[in-house]
Design a binder for this molecule. Structure first.
Ligand code: R5P
Length: 293
C-alpha cells in the first residue's frame, strides 16, 4: 500500500485552465482508438506527418532479391535511418534484433511465388502472432483487377477486422498486374477501394496525376519505389510524390540497390521529412557518399 498523502502543500487543480484535447495529426485517422493511433505514430513522424519505410519483404515471393541476399549484412546497417521496417516474420525473427526501436510493418499476405499467378494470395500471418511480434501494422497485397481480386480484397478485410479488435492498423498494398495500365485512374480506384474497405494507410506507385490519387484517398498514401532508378530520378520521384500529397515512401530497391544505400536513405529522409528539392538531395547523397571514401 502506498503511504497516505501527507503533503502540507496546498493542492492546485488549475481550474482556470481547460484540459486540451488534440486532433490526431494523421489524415483520416482521428476516430481510431488509442492503441491504433499510437502504432500509427510510431510509423508516421508526428512532427512532419510523414514516414520513410524501408521495404525489404521482396523475398516473400521472389526469394533472395538482388541486394537482399544477406539481410543481416545489407539491411541491418540501414535500419537506424528508417522510420519503419517493412519485412516478413521470417526475417524479423531470424535477423532483426528484438532490441530494435523501429516500427515494424509486417507483411501478412503471401502464397504464390514469382513462378505462379501472384494474385492468388492468402492471409499469411495470424493477428495473434502479429501481437506477439509487437508490430505497428500489418501489410496485405490487394490485386484490384487481378485474377484473384476478390480473394485478395477479402484477405485485407479479414485482417482489418482482426486488427480492429486489437488496435493494429492495416496497410493495403496496391499490386498492379504486369498487363494493367499504371495510371492515375487505376491508382485512384485501387487506393480508394483499400481505404473504403478499412485500410488505415495505402501503398501505391507514383504516377502522373498522383495529386488526384492522394486527394481522393481519405487515408494516408505512401509510395513504393519500384524498379531501381538512377539516384537523382528516385529522389525526384520521392519529391514529386510528397509535393503531390503522399505521406511518405515505402522504398526498397532504390535504397538497397543504390551504390551507397545509407547515403541514399539519408537523402530520401530529407526529401520526405524536410521537403528539400531533388537537386539538393542529390548533392547531399553525393557528399555523404564521397565523404566515406
Ligand atoms: C513488393 O511486393 C514489396 O511489397 C515491396 O515492399 C514494395 O514493392 C516496395 O519495394 P520497392 O521500392 O523495391 O518497389
Amino acid at each position: 500500500m502506498p503511504e497516505a498523502d501527507e503533503s502540507k502543500k496546498e493542492k492546485n487543480f488549475f481550474t482556470e485552465i481547460p484540459q486540451k484535447s488534440e486532433l490526431f495529426f494523421l489524415k483520416g485517422s482521428n476516430n481510431y482508438d488509442w492503441g491504433m493511433k499510437n502504432r500509427l505514430s510510431r510509423i508516421f513522424n508526428p512532427v512532419s506527418g510523414k514516414t520513410v519505410m524501408l521495404a525489404f519483404d521482396h523475398g516473400y515471393f521472389q526469394g533472395p532479391t538482388t541486394g537482399l541476399e544477406r539481410i543481416d549484412l545489407s539491411i541491418l546497417p540501414l535500419a537506424p535511418y528508417a522510420d519503419a521496417l517493412m519485412l516478413t516474420r521470417g526475417i524479423l525473427r531470424s535477423i532483426i534484433p528484438p532490441s530494435t526501436q523501429k516500427a515494424i510493418v509486417m507483411r501478412a499476405s503471401g502464397g504464390p511465388s514469382i513462378l505462379k499467378e501472384l494474385s492468388n494470395e492468402h492471409v499469411a500471418v495470424d493477428m495473434e502472432d502479429a501481437i506477439r511480434m509487437n508490430v505497428s501494422a500489418v501489410a496485405v497485397q490487394v490485386f484490384v483487377g487481378g485474377e484473384h481480386e476478390t480473394q485478395s480484397v477479402n484477405n485485407m478485410t479479414r485482417l482489418v477486422d482482426a486488427g480492429m479488435r486489437v488496435g493494429i492498423p492495416v496497410l493495403g498494398v496496391t499490386a498492379v498486374g504486369t498487363t494493367m495500365a499504371r495510371d492515375a485512374r487505376y491508382m485512384r480506384l485501387a487506393t480508394r477501394m483499400c481505404a473504403e474497405l478499412g485500410a488505415a494507410f495505402v501503398k501505391t506507385y507514383y504516377v502522373p496525376g498522383f495529386e488526384t490519387v492522394a486527394a481522393s484517398c481519405p487515408v494516408p498514401v505512401v509510395i513504393a519505389g519500384g524498379k531501381k532508378l538512377p539516384e537523382l530520378e528516385a529522389l525526384t520521384m520521392a519529391h514529386h510524390a510528397i509535393q503531390d500529397g503522399a505521406s511518405g515512401v515505402d522504398m526498397g530497391r532504390n535504397i538497397f540497390q543504390s551504390d551507397d544505400p545509407v547515403s541514399m536513405l539519408e537523402a530520401v529522409r530529407k526529401v520526405v521529412h524536410a521537403g528539400i528539392k531533388p537537386a539538393e538531395a542529390f548533392e547531399l547523397y553525393q557528399s555523404l557518399k564521397n565523404g566515406k571514401k
